[in-house]
Design a protein around this ligand. Structure first.
Ligand code: CU
Length: 280
């Protein structure tokens, strides 16, 4: 084989190899706009693998926690149950399911979470309280969402590959490996015996987890010892999983679960479900 033919053959090989593979079916993408105190989001979406992009256009922190309604339950039932649960400090009733969703993100930023959605009746809820202590959901921040089965079976969509896993347990966050600076896709699994969430906040310079707990125990008065909130995954039922993507700068971060405990109603951070990590 002469040099010229060899060169042509390797060129053909290079072209063949660089030809893009047919695109793998990805998740469908749904954008949620959060304001004080409402969600802008479609009323109906197809079932399947779904990425929610939560864009915070409000002045306060917001998240989008997807609550699945039990058979025959309505948004009115949800509202009545929440009012009763808050008045009596009881956990939410068993007919509410928790399917995840993007967790709290700083004003102007976007949080992303991807999960499989089964057909059913859902409601997006923001559980985060305002400075007056009233959760945004009680100020009207909820939005019904109907997830319908596709007319034709959807092609099997693949989620972006996760490179770190966080297991939620009672009451800890177990990381498969340390988080490093840069962009990560993080798989979140609820391996506990009750519902949990994970939200990630950057600590302000010089502040620690102890400062955050003291702020929380002091009734959330004064400036938060945190800077940017990077999202995470809102409350997941036992055994469920989801994933989120976030970009980490080097620094100290908190992993937090605020979900009320099934036994005493205290947020899980008060049971030790609060972890300080260093990203380098
Ligand atoms: Cu928890």
């Amino acid at each position: 084989m002469n040099i010229r033919r060899l060169a042509l053959a390797s060129l053909a090989w290079a072209v063949a190899c660089s030809r893009p593979a047919p695109p793998a079916a990805g998740p469908s993408v749904v954008t949620i706009t959060a304001t004080d105190y409402a969600f802008g989001v479609p009323d109906t979406i197809p079932a399947g693998l779904t990425t929610f992009r939560l864009v915070n256009q409000g002045k306060e922190l917001h998240h989008a926690s997807l609550v699945r309604l039990g058979d025959g339950k309505t948004v009115a039932d949800l509202q009545a149950a929440l009012e009763a649960a808050m008045k009596n400090h009881t956990p939410p009733p068993a007919w509410m399911g928790f399917a995840g969703g993007p967790n709290a993100v700083t004003l102007g930023d976007t949080a992303v979470a991807t999960q499989m959605l089964e057909p059913g009746s859902y409601v997006f809820v923001c559980w985060i309280p305002s400075l007056d202590g009233v959760p945004h959901v009680m100020k009207g921040m909820m939005h019904p969402l109907l997830v319908i089965a596709g007319a034709a079976p959807a092609p099997a969509a693949a989620a972006p590959a996760a490179d770190v896993t966080i297991k939620l347990t009672d009451y800890d966050f177990q990381l498969s490996e340390p988080l490093t600076a840069g962009r990560h896709v993080v798989r979140v699994e609820n391996a506990g015996v009750q519902a949990h969430e994970v939200v990630i906040a950057a600590l302000s310079p010089g502040k620690t987890l102890q400062d955050f707990i003291a702020w929380e125990e002091g009734g959330e008065k004064g400036p938060l010892p945190t800077g940017e909130w990077l999202g995470g995954v809102t409350t997941l039922d036992i055994g469920r999983h989801s994933q989120f993507a976030a970009t980490f700068a080097p620094g100290s971060y908190l992993l937090l679960c605020f979900w009320p405990d099934a036994k005493d109603g205290k947020p899980h951070i008060m049971h030790g479900m609060a972890k300080q990590i260093t990203v380098s």
